[in-house]
Design a protein around this ligand. Structure first.
Ligand SMILES: O=P(O)(O)OC[C@H]1O[C@H](OP(=O)(O)OP(=O)(O)O)[C@H](O)[C@@H]1O
Ligand SMILES: NC(=O)CC[C@H](N)C(=O)O
Ligand code: SF4
Ligand SMILES: [Mg+2]
Length: 490
């Protein structure tokens, strides 16, 4: 369904696996907002729907939030100039709860009894609906449909005395995934949920303390990496004073393994591991587990590239850029609907014909979600004259939805939730298809295999083993069950 303007894309309908959000905070830096804008720019791959920055000048909070990219929204000196103060935090968004609308763009802000409160959140609260219902019954008036706003109301209605105690009380009532940066008149707090599902790191730039979703954002602003925020840790910055608090009972962390597969930028360091090196290692595992006789290893750019280098090095098959990617199209994960997604893939990738003709090629991509990309790329290789097309995927089949800050399509739309590998192979029309095993993925992280009893990461989208309660999901399921029962009874 094309309009007369082929680039005039219809509104998002939210049924595609999207990425996450990115958060960045700076405390103690003159013109902190400019630094935050640069940091958010480095995190743009994590969220391209909307961006926002809130600053505090010692007396007042200032906010600018808008739909669209960081560059378009924060490249004007007038806007940056109005975000006064030496403390600021910001957010790039992909929505997981609440529609793509200005009222849900973060940082969210409220005037509480304790003063101003701004919050930037990466993750998703898996009992937000239940909490919201209870809060609304008790009189809370929500301004947005975002899960993040429940934290504001829980803080506002907490019976504890100090702000920090109210905040901790609120966190103890939410389940799911959250990396947060919050600002109050007293200072900045950065924290991670007890399982550390979403990432968050701390850096330093002269006297300023920086918090960011990924280390790449520290690099971009010239900050040095200090350490990761620990799962369940709150770091409080008040002027030049930094203190660490651990209000939760210690648990085995479960950071998201998909950060290594796709979300993080390859030049980031995650939990002391280079994301690039892990991706190469996954490719090498894939070559060990699923070798193929071929002439060329070809990456599906962008995020298939490091794994393809690993596959080529391990197999000895030459690596070539057999697909050229347009730099003017973003990630196709985020294309809003099927028609546009197909168009997007064609706009984005093109076969390097001169290289392909008559060759047996191994295509390497990081993941298959709906299969849109694989289907197109295999066909593209055939059209360019490939003799054989073998597809190798640097993650296990994505069979389950994510409830922790990644907007996965519902299960029914995940190719691997509906088909076995042979069926998927027929669907994408490749000569062969293989995925790295779940143990192979853990081997790439330096572990012997996946521990079934104590897995070191969240890998629920591959295994269905969710590390937290999923209250809202279960509520919906029980409502559905109830409706089904009522239907049967009537
Ligand atoms: O099976 P699908 O539904 O097509 O989704 C999977 C594809 O989407 C992602 O690429 P994307 O284009 O989003 O980003 P990238 O440029 O970082 O690879 C991923 O790397 C796969 O190529
Ligand atoms: N992807 C995310 O981390 C989203 C944060 C939050 N749940 C929102 O929808 O705004
Ligand atoms: S379900 Fe998948 S994408 Fe979501 S947090 Fe777990 S590993 Fe990451
Ligand atoms: Mg891709």
């Amino acid at each position: 369904m094309l309009t007369t303007n082929p680039f005039d894309l219809p509104d998002a309908n939210g049924d595609k696996l999207r990425e996450e959000c990115g958060i960045f905070g700076a405390s103690g830096s003159e013109g902190a907002a400019a630094l935050v804008a640069l940091g958010l720019h480095a995190l743009q791959h994590r969220g391209q729907e909307a961006a926002g920055i809130t600053s505090f000048d010692g007396a007042e909070f200032h906010t600018h939030r808008a739909m669209g990219h960081v560059a378009g929204n924060f490249d004007s000196p007038a806007i940056i100039g109005q975000l006064r103060g030496n403390v600021a935090c910001g957010h790039v968004r992909y929505s997981t709860t609440g529609e793509t609308a200005l009222r849900n763009v973060q940082p969210l802000y409220a005037d509480l009894a304790s003063g101003g409160f701004a919050i930037a959140h990466n993750g998703n609260i898996s009992n937000a609906m239940r909490l919201r219902r209870d809060l609304v019954r008790r009189g809370s008036i929500f301004q947005s449909t975002s899960d993040t706003e429940t934290i504001i109301h829980l803080v506002a209605t907490s019976n504890y005395r100090t702000f920090v105690d109210k905040f901790i009380d609120a966190l103890k009532r939410v389940e799911g995934a959250y990396s947060l940066i919050v600002m109050t008149p007293e200072g900045m707090i950065a924290c991670r949920d007890p399982l550390g599902i979403r990432p968050l790191v701390m850096g330093k730039l002269d006297d300023a303390i920086i918090f960011a979703s990924e280390t790449v954002a520290l690099d971009v602003v010239g900050a040095t990496f200090v350490r990761s925020i620990d799962p369940g840790e709150l770091v409080i910055v008040k002027g030049s004073e930094v203190s660490s608090h651990r209000p939760f009972a210690p648990t085995e962390p479960r950071p998201c393994i998909f950060e290594y597969v796709y979300f993080s930028r390859p030049d980031s360091i995650s939990e002391d591991r280079s994301v690039y090196t892990v991706r190469k290692e996954i490719g090498a595992q894939l070559a060990i587990e699923s070798p193929v006789d071929a002439d060329l290893v070809i990456p599906v750019p962008d995020s298939g590239t490091p794994a393809a280098i690993g596959y080529a090095q391990q197999s000895g098959i030459p690596f070539e850029l057999g697909i050229i990617r347009s730099h003017y199209v973003g990630r196709t994960f985020i294309q809003p609907n099927n028609e546009v997604r197909h168009l997007g893939v064609k706009l984005k990738h093109n076969a390097n014909r001169a290289l392909i003709k008559g060759k047996r090629v191994v295509l390497i991509d990081d993941s298959i979600v709906r299969g849109t990309t694989s289907l197109k790329i295999v066909q593209m290789m055939r059209d360019a004259g490939a003799a054989e097309v073998h597809m190798r995927i640097a993650s296990p089949p994505t069979r389950h939805s994510c409830f922790y800050g990644v907007d996965t399509p519902e299960r029914g739309k995940l190719l691997a939730a509906n088909m076995n590998i042979d069926e998927m192979n027929s669907y994408i029309q490749a000569d062969s298809l293989a995925f790295v095993s779940i143990d192979g993925l853990y081997k790439a992280l330096g572990e012997a295999n996946r521990s079934d009893t104590r897995p070191s990461h969240c890998d629920a989208c591959f295994t269905g083993d969710y590390p937290t309660m999923l209250t809202d999901h279960d509520d919906v399921a029980s409502v559905d069950q109830f409706a089904l029962l009522a239907e049967r009874v009537s």
